[in-house]
Design a protein around this ligand. Sequence first.
Ligand code: MN
Length: 728
Amino acid sequence: MIRIEEIVEKVGRNHPQADLDMLRRAYFFSAREHKGQTRASGEPYLVHPLEVANILADMRLDEVSVATGLLHDVVEDTLVEAGTIREYFGEEVAHLVEGLTKIAQISSQSKEVQQAENVRKMLLAMIDDVRVVLVKLADRLHNMRTLHFLKPEKRQRIAQETLDIFAPIAHRLGMGKLRSELEDLAFQHLHPEDYRALAAQLEQRRTEHEQFLHATTARIEEKLREADVPYIRVEGRVKRLYSIWKKLKRQKIELDQVYDLVAARVVLPNEVRYCYAALGVIHNLWRPLPGRFKDWIATPRENLYQSLHTSVIGTEGQPFEVQIRTEEMHRIAEEGVAAHWKYKEGRRGAHEDDEAFQWLRSLVEWTQEVKDSRDFLESLKLDLYPRDVYAFTPMGKIIQLPRGATPVDFAYMIHTEVGNTCTGARINGRIVPLRTPIQNGDVVEIIRSLNSTPSRDWLNFVVTSKARNRVRHWVAEQQRAESIEIGRKLFEKEAARFQLSTKKLLNDSNGDFKKIAGEYGYGRTDDLLAAIGYGKLVPRSVISKFLGPEKFAELDERKESRLRTGVQAVKRLIRLGDDAIVVRGVDDLLVARARCCNPVHGEPIIGYVTRGKGVAVHAERCKNVQQLMVNPERIVAVEWAGRSEHAAYAVKLLAVTENRTGMIAGITSAISDMKTGIRDARASVASDARGRIEVTVEVFDVKHLDKVIRAVRGVPGVLDVERLQGAA
Ligand code: MN
């Protein structure tokens, strides 16, 4: 068993200012909490956290990461709570331990297979400190190294998970060495026979490979010296078992056909120009295979990997690969993100333009414009999957959503029907408003009611195009259904004036109406009715087509005398009362006073042709009018028809008064003195200790309203009176 002091010493060497005592305390804490527990191997449980900490110390991570390694299973597997860790070891360690607990929850949450990619992205998206992932990878590495102690089924599951989730994460973070070990260990347990067979085949060729690589590297070194290219070392490597196996499977080939089974690797001092110089030497020595040269220096891979790769035909005619990189590129290829800590420490007192920092600087610039290397982790994290969040269904399926997505987006992502009938949502068991943004790792449950329908209001917050399109589609259909209904009513009314039976006319089996629809360019009669409902067509012109010009003119004269009552009849039909507003030049459009400004007879007004709801009449003073002017083609002139004596408009007034008794009585009596009806009056005291009295009065027109307002202003104690917007 590795001793804690060994680990302490390693950390101290890499981080001279580290709080080493914290490591010793973490060790004793972990030892006490895991006391009596054993691993599947029969060893004391403590071996595991110690080994994990040791792996982290070898990665040269800081004392916070290493302490987290010692404590990583304490919250999961013992009775210790996160608060205790915070109290004993501070915010940073507690934060990392919590991150690890979160990861454990995600892996157990996602029961569905085939979701590896999403689990991976989710892990990386929700972890706000990359050290959490590094500790998790070290944990997984030690578990994989000791996997053979577990039962076969458990072994398979863990090995598969390692291959699906953790090895790719290591790859994404550029940690080539760790990834290779995880993959080869997983391969060994998942396909033990293939593994043994392949290992045996390679073993047979070992001497052959060794001789070849020895001769080749010696040759390269010699030529580099001749060409005066400084190099650090030239080494040979045999391709890893798992990646050979993948290649054999994928390309359905034999081992002898794997051209990059062995490769030479040239490691150079930290100057890029040496790489290209070495490449020239190699290409002079052996003929390059066309199309096999890859410049990962000029365009580094997403995971920061940099190297030149070329394949050449060797002296005996067999092709092999040569990899060329600087010492630093090599370290990054092996250690990836973990290489960062080395630089971070080395930076103290080092020269700014030291070669060693070239990579970090370019990386930092590359991920984002970040000045300080402390922002490095943050920028790296943001660069990974910045635009997505991942949430679970209650069944454990992962749904990927854009940032800011809401339960409505989530519902439509599951199924259109789920979206259409969604009425509410629970996030992590709590009922939330439908507009709540979903966070990474949330479990979202959609509450549905089969009679429920989408709401136009959802368009104000959904972010996925799927949800947006579905809701829009639904709203449009809804408007169309309304328009057809309104169009039918308007048409029936007008037809009745011409003594036409609409029952017969609108019957679907009647070809006449369909023909007329066709003349207007509509395929279906419903389209024609919808056009009438939208106000695009007037029923008169449709009837004139139907009757023919002569018959129409004849009947129209008789109709003319009844025009006025006709208009009122339409209004009544649609429950607007008989406070007639006419649209200039057209007598039978559906009109409605807008609720936002509630215009009163005699006020200047304008009409706006809405979609599906006829003409909305706004007062010119209405604050919405300016916005409506964006569509001038929809503005129509409207005017008040003659005032009818019994039409009264309800208007709400607000009187601000001194705070004293009797105000409400004074105001209401002033209003009734004017023979004006009062529908409602209520008083309250505002925070400024002034009285606020709201009165709803019934007025016949705007002049009447002005008189009432003046009368209320005249009541002693009234400071101000204003008309409130909106319907009373
Ligand atoms: Mn563990």
